[in-house]
Design a protein. Structure first.
Length: 277
């Protein structure tokens, strides 16, 4: 199956996820398992034959989809492949960098498809983690392609899609430098419910609990995420309710937040509190 992401990724001619990261029973999909194992089991043991196997399998999943596109769309052909950039990746010209899964998959995919691949078409200029701190446009730098490729179709790949911020910034940067290229974005998997969460700083709206229509009490915490004003309601059955009850109105809270299956924000962790005296 594939998940259409075209409405989320603005500068892509085609944008899809090959599958969900997890299934409806909270287990990993087949592709999700490959991504998980590469990111969390084998990343520190790249000599393990299973690491190479997973890289090969993930590259093969991308190839299957690209083969379908190229066989079904007249005159369609991917010319080059690039990963959504990571900070300080280990490459031939940067041997002391960190091992980044999608750079290895990009190289393998380029090899089995006999296509060019680029690790510097787009580069990440900051070490902040996109999963906790949303990237800004200045965090991604793109370069101008050689003249022969300025009207080409470029494949940009990723492993795990959350809200699309990193992919959107990457593709926009590439498109601004290369306005005539066609961009195809394919991520191996997509999180259904917001992924690992985001670290934000919020302000307690009031230390007097509000009452919902069902009679349950809750506190409201206002915060900003991705330049949007948001809030999270902490109900009395929440593990953090009693701690928040002790705070003053306006207290600043550093916490981790993620969306649940219904799309509402939930606090998953409180990191620190700045109490108002």
């Amino acid at each position: 199956m594939t998940i259409n992401l075209r409405d989320i990724i603005e500068n892509a001619d085609i944008a899809v996820a090959l599958d969900w990261y997890k299934d409806d029973n909270d287990g990993y999909t087949q592709i999700g398992r490959l991504v998980h194992d590469l990111k969390y089991l084998y990343i520190n043991n790249t000599q393990d034959p299973l690491f190479t196997y997973c890289v090969d399998q993930l590259a093969t999943e991308f190839k299957k989809f690209i083969d379908q596109l190229e066989n079904s769309i007249p005159n369609f052909r991917i010319v080059a492949i690039s990963p959504v950039p990571s900070y300080n990746p280990k490459t031939a010209i940067n041997p002391n960098g960190s091992t980044k899964i999608m750079y290895l998959v990009t190289e393998r995919l380029g090899s089995i498809m006999d296509r060019k691949f680029s690790f510097n078409l787009a580069e990440k200029m900051t070490d902040k983690q996109a999963k906790t701190n949303p990237l800004q446009p200045e965090d991604i730098k793109a370069r101008i392609l050689p003249e022969a490729d300025q009207n080409a179709t470029i494949l940009v790949i990723d492993d795990l899609f959350g809200n699309g911020n990193s992919a959107n910034i990457t593709l926009k940067a590439i498109k601004e430098k290369n306005p005539h290229v066609k961009l195809i974005f394919v991520t191996a998997t997509k999180n259904k419910y917001g992924g690992l969460g985001h670290t934000v700083v919020g302000k307690l709206n009031s230390n007097m609990p509000k009452t919902a229509d069902n009679g349950h009490q809750y506190f409201k915490i206002d915060f900003n995420y991705d330049n949007s004003d948001e809030h999270v309601n902490v109900f009395e059955d929440n593990a953090f309710f009693d701690a928040i009850k002790e705070m003053d109105t306006g207290a600043l809270i550093n916490f981790q937040v993620k969306r649940n299956k219904k799309g509402y924000w939930n606090i998953s962790k409180i990191n620190s509190i700045n109490y108002i005296n």
